[in-house]
Design a protein. Structure first.
Length: 518
């Protein structure tokens, strides 16, 4: 065919019907085949795993001065990308807190990409601005904030949503922080459960510097600021839920030390065990000590859609703010993370800098209300709202409820199946609250050992990584494992795609047994 660089349009950033139309169709056919339909069938691999040094040799990654020869070559590059990428939409991908392929969500994501918007001003993103207002109101209503009032932000991931909570809570407690940072402040403290998401530590450190003025003064002056050490872990019970007595004790200790506690973050659906903290009780403590209450429902928030399961988040309406990621339990395409807050103005008060080139106050429409960008920390921002709004249109709240009920039902089946396969499998949590199912696989050679001995646990710790390696190399499925507190490596099976069936659960457990033969 014609060499790409012989075409005078080859360098343009605008699609040409002559040059690109067939290419678009070819790419679209490829996506449908490899990522949507044939490529994610159960008889296909989840991953063609290669070690980095081998994958580097297969992929044509090096960049040069000249373009590739032809569009066929470009298409081959995309085929290569698809071939060696993990098929996270495959029903046997149960590795992470996202999976599945929502057809309407994916289509809307393509539309958002094609429109290439940036949702900071109404003039640039009129439809998405109004759409965000509608989606946030509806989500706040589901959370139970009075009359659905408040504000909302789409964030680049749940970590950033938790970071917004820290930022806003800190501003609420010490508004001078906006101008002066933490200079001269007392040591500020956040309380989280031991099993909370790691983002709280990261974002506390990101937003505040933990320091002493001079090394020599460290011994005489109290430390200042906000760092990882100021995120205090609260003990959890056997189910992974925050223990209220320990929360109260640690708040009291912090006050006695002369620190400045300002926030408690409860978790609704912890990352590993799927535990729901007792929000109502946490809220009472927050009220007593006048602390900001954030609920990280990034994972468990989807359960709010189901009349059957929303009780898991009882009390969430008492929170000041909530993180809720529809790309998790609700299967919206990545990324779809929200920060919802009861106070309508505080995000703007905390973050706005009124950049005059973007947020002109003398616009011909109500820019103070409709130019939503200044309350974010980001400037440019994708229209993540579209996929979620479109999915909601396609399913209605009832469709989301049916999805949640289905996946919780499959998770309950998985627990029964694991019990029935004892002694090969042992549950960590006998009665998980969310769709995280945590368990050990006990290979035949360990089944007669004393399961209280250190030797047993040392050996068992090595089992899950070996099984994971075997399944990755086979490409047959992907499930994650981890240690947690005193627990040695165990598997975490998570279900969020309503494509996963009871038959699939049997396949997962059979495959773990196959990979785990001594
Ligand atoms: N940040 C939560 C996602 C981690 C996971 O998929 O397990």
């Amino acid at each position: 065919g014609e060499e790409l660089q012989d075409n005078p349009l080859y360098y343009k950033t605008f699609p040409s019907k002559d040059l690109h139309e067939k290419f678009f169709h070819d790419v679209f056919d490829l996506i449908l085949k490899e990522a949507m339909f044939e490529g994610v069938q159960r008889d296909k691999l989840v991953v063609r795993f290669k070690l980095p040094e081998n994958l580097e040799k297969i992929l044509h990654l090096k960049l040069g001065k000249k373009p590739v020869k032809s569009q066929e070559d470009l298409l081959d590059l995309l085929k290569e990308v698809m071939k060696y990428s993990v098929k996270t939409g495959h029903p046997y991908f149960i590795n992470q807190l996202f999976s599945g392929l929502d057809p309407y969500g994916i289509c809307a994501e393509w539309v958002a990409s094609a429109l290439n918007s940036s949702v900071y001003t109404y003039e640039v993103a009129p439809v998405f601005t109004l759409m965000e207002l509608e989606v946030f109101e509806k989500m706040r209503d589901m959370v139970g904030f009075p009359r659905g009032q408040g504000d909302g932000l789409f964030c680049p991931g749940g970590s950033m949503a938790n970071g917004y909570a820290i930022s806003v809570a800190r501003y609420r407690k010490r508004p001078e922080v906006k101008e002066r940072g933490l200079c001269g402040m007392k040591e500020m403290v956040i309380f989280v459960s031991e099993d909370c998401h790691y983002s709280f530590k990261k974002l506390a450190s990101f937003q505040g510097h933990y320091y002493c003025y001079y090394l020599i003064l460290c011994f005489t002056l109290p430390p200042k600021g906000l760092g990882m050490k100021n995120v205090v872990g609260i003990k959890v019970d056997h189910k992974g839920k925050m223990i209220i007595e320990d929360l109260v004790d640690k708040i009291e200790i912090s006050i006695e030390k002369g620190q400045d506690p300002f926030m408690v973050a409860a978790t609704a659906g912890t990352t590993v065990l799927g535990a729901f903290d007792p929000i109502e009780e946490v809220a009472k403590v927050c009220q007593k000590y006048e602390l900001y209450l954030h609920v990280d429902a990034a994972w468990g928030g989807g359960a709010l859609m189901s009349p059957k399961y929303r009780h898991l988040l009882k009390g969430i309406e008492k929170a000041d703010s909530v993180t809720w990621n529809p790309h998790k339990l609700l299967c919206a395409p990545q990324q779809c993370s929200t920060f919802l807050i009861k106070d309508s103005d505080v995000c703007t008060q905390t973050h706005a800098t009124k950049a005059t080139y973007l947020f002109q106050q003398d616009k011909f429409y109500d820019a103070a209300y409709y130019d939503t960008g200044d309350k974010h920390v980001q400037c440019g921002r994708r229209a993540d709202v579209l996929k979620f709004w479109f999915m909601w249109k396609a399913k209605g709240s009832e469709g989301f409820a049916a999805h949640i009920d289905h996946i919780f039902g499959v998770a309950e089946y998985c627990v029964q199946e694991l019990r029935s396969r004892s002694p090969a499998f042992q549950l960590l949590l006998e009665e998980p609250e969310c769709t995280n199912i945590t368990f050990w696989y006990i290979p035949p050679s360990l089944r007669d050992m004393n399961n209280k001995s250190d030797e047993f646990w040392e050996k068992l710790h090595k089992v899950a990584p070996k099984i994971k390696e075997a399944m990755m190399k086979r490409g047959s499925m992907m499930i994650t494992y981890q240690p947690l507190r005193n627990y040695q490596n165990f598997f975490r099976l998570v279900i969020q795609s309503s494509e996963v069936t009871k038959e699939d659960i049997k396949y997962f457990l059979d495959e773990i047994e196959n990979c785990g033969k001594d």
